[in-house]
Write a protein that binds this ligand. Structure first.
Ligand SMILES: [Zn+2]
Length: 231
């Protein structure tokens, strides 16, 4: 999702904020040397280049040129396997968050912290995928899919559900977005602590699903869940 927004140039870079007249200085908030475009923040800024030059980086020797982020991403996707590309995408998201922490809170993390966070995040994602695979084998999703009907042409369908562990006050959420052919466009699985009631859990998931669709500018969306009270 982050890369999608980056390619669509939907991130609040200084260049984009200047276009909307929120700011008047488009220069990078970290180095102050170049216009802060998406490609500059995530790829060519000296601060990003330090991260990419790290010994753990799969793009250690690559040239970090200014330019269009979509071209950078195409080059990366042509040369890398899925595992490396997932790492690069996650690091890019972390570079984006680090830039925000620096600009708004004056905090700055080194490359090794960013790699550690990215590895943790990826292993959590793989665990979630494995859990989904296990559920499929258990038949739950198959049964769901049996009842599931495709949305009409040009629409996407969001299926959402929540589970709650009242003792731990922890909820789990699952959001799936599929297109008119039944292809999975997005799968989100997450947990949140501090939730006390099933209704609050359901609202959390639906709200997250609404935010996701707004962020991705999906307008023709059907939301389908089984919490009738909330619906
Ligand atoms: Zn810079």
């Amino acid at each position: 999702m982050f890369i999608w927004k980056a390619i669509l140039n939907c991130l609040p870079t200084r260049q984009n904020l200047c276009k909307r007249k929120v700011l008047y200085d488009p220069l990078c908030g970290i180095c102050g040397l170049e216009v802060e475009t998406v490609n500059h923040v995530l790829w060519s800024c000296g601060a990003a280049a330090d991260v990419w030059a790290d010994s753990e980086s799969p793009v250690q020797k690559w040239a970090k040129t200014e330019g269009n982020f979509m071209e950078t991403w195409i080059r990366l996707s042509e040369k890398m396997g899925t595992g490396e590309l997932e790492l690069v995408a996650t690091i890019m998201r972390n570079i984006g968050s680090r830039r925000n922490s620096f600009v708004f809170e004056g905090k700055f993390q080194g490359p090794s912290v960013l790699y550690k966070q990215a590895q943790d995040c990826l292993s959590r994602m793989r665990e979630a995928k494995m859990e989904l695979g296990n559920r499929r084998e258990g038949g739950n999703v198959q049964r769901d899919m049996g009842r599931w009907r495709k949305p009409r042409v040009g629409w996407v369908k969001v299926n959402w559900d929540a589970s709650l562990n009242p003792e731990l006050k922890r909820m789990g959420m699952r959001i799936m977005v599929r297109d008119e052919n039944g292809e999975l466009l997005l799968y989100l699985c997450n947990s949140i602590v501090g939730i006390f009631t099933p209704a609050a859990a359901e609202i959390q998931v639906l709200w997250r699903a609404l935010q996701l669709c707004a962020d991705l500018q999906w307008l023709n969306v059907i939301f389908e869940g089984d919490a009738l009270g909330i619906i």
